[in-house]
Every structure is written in C-alpha cells, then in structure tokens.
Design a binder for this molecule. Structure first.
Ligand code: NAP
Length: 253
C-alpha cells in the first residue's frame, strides 16, 4: 500500500537557504506541496515560495523557532488549515557555533545547540506523527532527519557539542523509526559531510574550510542539491523498505 497521499504535503524546517532550500526545489519538482519553515529570513523564504508557486505548487511560508514548542504547534496548525494533512517532514533546521574546545564551551552555547538541533527535531516529529499516524486517523507518511557525518567523527577541537547533538539525532531516528513504523510512518536520516552552504560562515568556520576539504576523499565540498537527492529518495516510496537508516552523503568522508 503506498504510504503517501496523491499530492504529498511536506514540511521542511530551515528551508530559507542551504540544504533546506535545495530540498524544497527538488520536492516541488517532484510534485510536493510545501510548507517552508524559517526562523528569521522572511525575504529568502518568500522569494523561494514565489519561485515554487510559479511552478504550480501550493506553498506556505512559516516563521517559527523549532526549539519553541508553542511556535511549533502554531506552525503545524497553520499547515493543517492552509495545506491539509501533512505526509512528509524534513527535520533540517540546525545550527553550529564557533570552533572551541569542550572545556571552553559555555552552558548557554551547549544548551542552544541541543535546543535547536535535538529538541527542535523532537517537537516537529511529535506534531508530524500525530497527523500521519494511521492509528490516529492519518494516512501514513515519512520523516527524514538531517544529522551530520560529525555524529561519527566527533569534531574534536571544533564543535563536539554539535557533533553530539547529531549523534542524538541518529539515535532519535532509529528509536522513532521502530516506534512508529507499524503506524505507517517511515523515519530515516541523512548524514551530510561538508556541504557548501552558509552554515560554515554563520559558525565562524569559513577559514577552516580549505583544510577540511583536503581531508575529503572526493577532494571537494558537497552541494546542497546532492543532499536533497538523498532526502527526496528517503521521503519517497522508492525507499519503501528502508526504516531507521542513516544515509551518508559525505564524498567518502
Ligand atoms: P544553513 O545554510 O545555515 O541554513 C540553516 C537553516 O535553518 C536556515 O533556513 C535557518 O533559518 C534555519 N534555522 C536555524 N535555526 C532555526 C530555528 N531555531 N528554527 C527554525 N529554523 C532555523 O544550514 P545548512 O548547511 O543548509 O544545514 C542544514 C542542516 O544540515 C542542518 O541541520 C545542519 O546541521 C546539517 N548539516 C549541514 C552540513 C554542511 O556542511 N552544510 C553538514 C552536515 C549537516 P534563517 O535563515 O531564517 O535563520
């Protein structure tokens, strides 16, 4: 039995740029109606939405901090009213922080990383499961969590807090997948390597990129579109027997 309605309705968190925006473009081309979440950059989200609406898709833009339970609930209620019952969620919103050793990380920094990267993914998944679960009147669906190769590399001297938050996403993916698969919801994840987006500059890490790229077997950064392909496959019925898996998209790293 197919797990998705005729027109998939998918929420992508952190869709205003980078991997989230590339995923939105690919899913729109594959016939998804989309809810595009962002935190601050309304202009970027609106420009993307206009581009995708011009292709005939229904698109909502939704400002919400994914680490705030009230804002997440309000976001899902707007999707219910504006698009209908959700069939897909991409837990993509995530942040890094400037390079630091563990002993120098402030509690505020560590807490913020875990709030956005981990709590935010839990909060969005809770709302998505409530709408997708066949036990709760839903039609099933798929969730893709965006982790990182850092989860397995640890990122010493850079951002062990970020790496650990992505390790939590790996375990969250496995546990949630096994918890909800018999309700018609497939949960999987991707672990991108070093991808050419603005996240590195936002974390004050742009200077470290050339050295990091030298350690990638493919000798180049990945493109957001290359991660989007993996996400789109995991969301689609083409991956119908793939459950609780993490797909590395890291150029061999
Ligand atoms: P990016 O270019 O920095 O984009 C991050 C997106 O997340 C933006 O749309 C941002 O919205 C949004 N966002 C940040 N905090 C948010 C919050 N609290 N609530 C809602 N939205 C929030 O990042 P990216 O490189 O595309 O990364 C996307 C995901 O891939 C992240 O989970 C990241 O950890 C993961 N990843 C990236 C790489 C890489 O090398 N780029 C590697 C491995 C994993 P605003 O613009 O409105 O603030």
């Amino acid at each position: 039995m197919p797990t998705q309605a005729l027109t998939p309705i998918t929420l992508i968190t952190g869709a205003s740029r980078g991997i989230g925006a590339a995923t939105a473009r690919l899913l729109a081309a594959r016939g998804h109606d989309l809810a595009l979440n962002y935190r601050r950059d309304a202009g970027a989200a609106e420009a993307l939405a206009a581009e995708l609406r011009a292709q005939g898709r229904r698109v909502l833009t939704l400002a919400a901090d994914v680490s705030d339970a009230g804002q997440v609930l309000a976001m899902f209620e707007r999707i219910d009213a504006g698009l209908g019952r959700l069939t897909g969620l991409v837990n993509n919103a995530g942040i890094v922080a400037p390079a630091a050793r563990v002993q120098d990380m402030s509690p505020v920094r560590i807490e913020q990383i875990f709030r956005v990267n981990v709590l935010g993914s839990f909060l969005c998944a809770q709302q998505a499961v409530a709408r997708m679960s066949r036990r709760q009147g839903g039609a099933g669906g798929a969730i893709v969590n965006v982790s990182s190769r850092a989860a397995q590399l640890g990122s010493p001297g850079l951002y062990v807090d970020y790496a650990a938050s992505k390790g939590a996403i790996d375990t969250f993916t496995l546990g949630l997948a096994r918890e909800v698969i018999d309700e018609g919801i497939r949960v999987n994840g991707v672990r991108p390597g070093i991808i050419d987006t603005e996240i590195h500059a936002s974390g004050g890490m742009a200077d470290l990129l050339p050295g990091a790229v030298a350690g990638i077997p493919m000798q180049r950064m990945g493109r957001a579109e290359e991660v989007a392909e993996a996400i789109a496959w995991l969301l689609s019925d083409a991956s119908s027997y793939t459950v609780g898996s993490m797909l590395d998209v890291g150029g061999g790293r």
